[in-house]
Ligand binder design. Structure first.
Ligand code: 3H9
Length: 689
């Protein structure tokens, strides 16, 4: 059933019934079902007015995003519904409780009157999917709320409260109590009548000023520009012509790679939360967490836990570390209050939820223990043996290791089924990604609970199997390997960074390693020289490290940092690179940007495919989300594996074969999964279902 209808006197109440978010699905028939009810009510003499309403927590989250993958004409049904509502000769009232987003808000705007509960929320999130409001939103919202307010809503994608929506004219009333009862009372009192309340044209000067200011914004996307074009049309044409333009723009955006990539990421973030094999992701109810180790990582983890309103104990043995950790946590929470992100009372409450201990024995009984001490097996052994001794049965024991063998760590306890990896990314209170590492003996309940915990603290949890570097860093190593080879073949750091930043990476690899600390990569390369002598690296980053240039923290790395932050080319490093090429007898050549991008990104894809093939990553989309949420991969490209599907696997293999004939061609052995998919004429996307 798509709608539930009820006659109350002469009013027809139509309640949407499409759990969980009342998506306005065309494929599933909700849109057509609402339109049918509206059409029937027009001719039904028993009906004088119609109320459209949703559920308690969601009026409607908008159009069904899955519909956009099908035939574009399908979407016309939504516009037809909006027109039927607006043109209905009997008053149509939207009674709104909970979330009213995207197409859901457009439906409300097409109605003649909008009454909402005080907790309702309104927004146009389409821009985050690379789209514009395509159900009349670009035309009706400026007429109701003013061009400036409407543009702000559409370009930001953010939601506003019912009070704000009332203030700007997006809705007509806030109801005390039940919204349907309130709508019925208003109809009975003749407050709604049959007059249309779909707004009036904005004053031309206001419209021009709003458009001017929107056009000056930086970072406008294709969707942003299309929104502005549609709002501009309000001054030039009538509503119908404006709606037509909006529909055309929506169609173009919907089929663009940018929007397809963003939709892939939307569903991807939800798919990665699912554990194959029907394991239900549910929490054991984590309320109190002990973090062992109050260094940079432990401090960041503690902040993110306090921000999620959990009780936290941080155990730090070193006196100076103890004081620094407490001070950093307090400073971070106070800063949030100063910047009005939270109230002072919330900051106080969260600071009050922090306990500090000097030894594990001082930890309060916790539901989850997160070890964040330095990367040394003996240190981990000591922590996990102690945790095994003190942690209550049923608690989760987690390690934040990024390089060590989780299965070996689990063996330090008598309960390896309760041990899981929680690999936070630095700064842990900011970065959205959390790799949840599944050890050989981690129980499904522990894994499910760790994933539910990730969601509860606002992180995107992605499951990774045990291997050196897990998913993210194992791929990153191959990306860097190509970047460093490119340096010895003819490229310079600024060229590599510029090429990859133009592709869309948040920061090029030379800058990233200067920021993260060149010594981190150096340590890994030293280890690899012993473990994998047949997979060498370029020596160039080692030469940089040998000069004591570890990046921003030492003031110099690949670049100079005169102001501490902004990279500046350094002739000394460029000379060092050129001289190294000479030493290894390599004739430097001009390398174009497309080769830089292909080699770095294709190496990433190849390793990603190996990880999926080995079962370390459940699905290609897991790799995509890790790269989008943890490594600055451009959102508009949907992640490395989605990008590979756009490039085409046969073309990818061809290019890899070409690079395999070049410098250090051994690094281009194709992942068996790519060969297999390409043979079967399939894509990575086929494995995500
Ligand atoms: C639009 O409206 C275009 C129109 O302007 C024009 C048309 C012409 N469609 O996030 P959750 C699924 S574009 C389909 O885990 P939460 C979601 O995949 C749309 N499915 O819950 C998940 O499925 P599963 C503009 C949707 O409580 C389940 O619902 N609207 C949609 O954490 C639960 O979702 C948006 O962009 C959808 N629209 O968050 C809003 N929405 O269980 C997108 C959700 O199988 N949605 N699903 O994994 C959201 O932001 C969040 O889902 C919401 C709830 C805040 C609503």
């Amino acid at each position: 059933m798509q709608v539930i209808e009820k006659h109350v006197g002469s009013v027809l109440v139509v309640r949407f019934d499409n759990s969980p978010v009342n998506a306005l699905t065309v494929g599933g028939g909700l849109v057509q079902a609402i339109e049918r009810r509206v059409a029937q009510a027009q001719t039904d003499e028993r009906v004088d007015a119609i109320i459209l309403t949703g559920g308690g927590t969601v009026f409607s989250a908008g159009a069904d995003i899955a519909d956009f993958e099908g035939a574009p004409e399908r979407i016309d049904a939504i516009r037809s519904l909006m027109q039927s509502i607006e043109n209905c000769r009997k008053p149509v009232v939207a009674a709104i409780e909970g979330l009213c987003l995207g197409g859901g808000l457009e439906l409300a705007l097409a109605a003649h009157f909008r009454v909402a509960s005080s907790t309702a929320k309104f927004g146009f999130p389409e821009i985050s999917l690379g789209l514009l409001p395509g159900g009349g939103g670009t035309q009706r919202s400026p007429r109701l709320a003013g061009a400036g307010n409407a543009i702000d809503l559409m370009l930001s994608g953010k939601s506003v409260s019912a009070a704000k929506a009332l203030e700007i004219g997006l809705i007509d009333r806030i109801a005390e109590g039940d919204v349907v009862e309130a709508a019925l009372a208003m109809l009975a009192a003749g407050l709604v009548g049959s007059t249309r309340r779909s707004g009036s044209l904005p004053v031309p000067q206001d419209l021009d000023a709003a458009i001017d200011s929107a056009e000056r914004r930086t970072g406008l996307t294709d969707a942003g520009r299309a929104i502005i074009a549609c709002v501009r049309a309000i001054a030039q044409t009538d509503l119908q012509a404006g709606l037509k333009l909006e529909a055309e723009q929506f169609g173009a955006l919907m089929t663009s790679e940018q929007s397809r990539a963003l939709r892939h990421a939307f569903f991807g973030r939800r798919i990665v939360g699912k554990i194959p094999g029907g394991v239900r992701v549910e929490s054991k109810g984590v309320r109190h967490v002990t973090v062992v180790g109050g260094g940079l990582m432990g401090t960041g983890i503690a902040i993110s836990l306090l921000n999620a309103d959990l009780g936290v104990t941080v155990v730090e043995a070193k006196p100076e570390g103890f004081d620094k950790c407490r001070a950093s946590i307090e400073a971070s929470l106070r800063r949030d209050a100063d910047k009005a992100r939270i109230t002072a009372a919330t900051a106080d409450r969260r600071i009050g939820a922090l306990n500090m201990g000097r030894s594990i024995d001082e930890a309060m009984p916790s539901d989850l223990y997160i070890e964040a001490v330095f990367e040394d097996m003996d240190a981990k052994r000591e922590v996990f043996q102690a945790l095994d001794r003190i942690a209550p049965l049923g608690a989760i024991l987690a390690s934040n290791t990024s390089t060590l063998d989780l299965d070996a760590i689990a063996q330090f306890t008598s309960r390896p089924e309760a041990v899981v990896g929680l690999h936070f990314f630095s700064p842990a209170n900011i970065m959205r990604l959390l790799e949840v590492v599944r050890g050989a003996r981690t129980s499904p309940e522990t894994l499910a609970s760790a994933m539910a915990f990730a969601k509860s603290i606002g992180k995107t949890g992605v499951v990774a199997g045990v291997c050196d570097g897990f998913i993210g860093n194992r791929i990153f190593e191959e990306y860097l390997r190509q970047a460093w080879f490119l340096l010895e073949e003819g490229a310079l750091p600024h060229q590599i960074d510029a090429a990859l930043e133009a592709f869309g990476m948040a920061m090029g690899p030379c800058r990233v390693m200067d920021l993260a600390g060149q010594d981190i990569g150096w340590n890994i390369r030293k280890r690899r020289a012993v473990e994998q002598p047949d997979r060498p690296y370029s020596k160039i980053p080692d030469l940089v490290c040998e000069l004591g240039r570890f990046g921003q923290k030492t003031g110099t790395g690949f670049y100079l940092y005169p102001d501490g932050r902004t990279p500046q080319r350094d002739p000394l490093i460029e000379a060092l690179i050129v001289s190294h090429s000479r030493q290894i007898d390599f004739d430097r050549r001009v390398i174009d940007d497309s080769e830089i991008v292909e080699r770095c990104i294709f190496a990433m894809i190849n390793e990603g495919a190996k990880l999926v093939g080995e079962g370390i990553a459940y699905r290609p989309v897991d790799v995509d989300i890790i790269y989008l949420d943890g490594y600055g991969f451009p959102a508009s490209r949907g992640g490395p594996m989605f990008h590979a599907d756009q490039v085409g696997l046969p073309h990818l293999l061809e290019k890899m074969a070409q690079y395999a004939r070049g410098h250090h061609g051994w690094a281009w052995e194709p992942a068996p999964l790519i060969l297999e998919l390409s043979d079967k004429n399939q894509k990575f996307g086929d494995l995500n279902r």
